[in-house]
Design a protein around this ligand. Structure first.
Ligand SMILES: [Zn+2]
Length: 143
């Protein structure tokens, strides 16, 4: 199935293909301070393909903190955070926020609490290369 998601106003939308086991989508509640404040819960799979559409790119805030290696795409119109991007060695990786899914029943999500606070930067980037979505396309503008 294709998973579709979007922020509240629709400025940031995405389509996710290639999850191997529909019915068991890992949902990882990151315990970093940013994700706690947003209640963000993330998922990814290394063989999935993600297409992100930014209808109005000027209304997308790209927030970075800590090591600065990830950019959180925050819709500056409605405040929702559907996607995180990270560029590692020339390759773009992503995770998506399961709370922004439009067509996924909550029973398909499998919660997995995680903590990344103890990781050093190199470990963090290596983990993204192995576990995050590795086929990422970001389309800016609707035309
Ligand atoms: Zn929005």
């Amino acid at each position: 199935m294709q998973i579709q998601g979007r922020c509240h106003c629709g400025n940031i939308a995405f389509a996710l293909d290639g999850f191997p086991t529909p019915g068991a989508i890992p949902a990882r509640a990151c315990d970093c301070t940013f994700c706690q404040k947003h209640g963000a819960v993330w998922t990814a799979h290394p063989t999935a393909r993600l297409r992100v559409t930014l209808a109005e790119p000027l209304h997308v805030s790209r927030y970075r903190f800590g090591t600065g290696t990830a950019q959180f795409l925050v819709c500056s119109t409605c405040g929702v955070v559907p996607v995180v991007l990270s560029d590692v060695e020339g390759q773009r990786y992503a995770v998506v926020n399961v709370h922004t899914f439009e067509n996924v029943d909550a029973s398909m999500l499998r919660p997995q609490p995680v903590s990344f606070g103890e990781e050093d930067a190199a470990t963090r980037l290596a983990r993204r290369q192995h576990h995050w979505i590795a086929q990422v396309e970001v389309i800016e503008g609707t035309s």
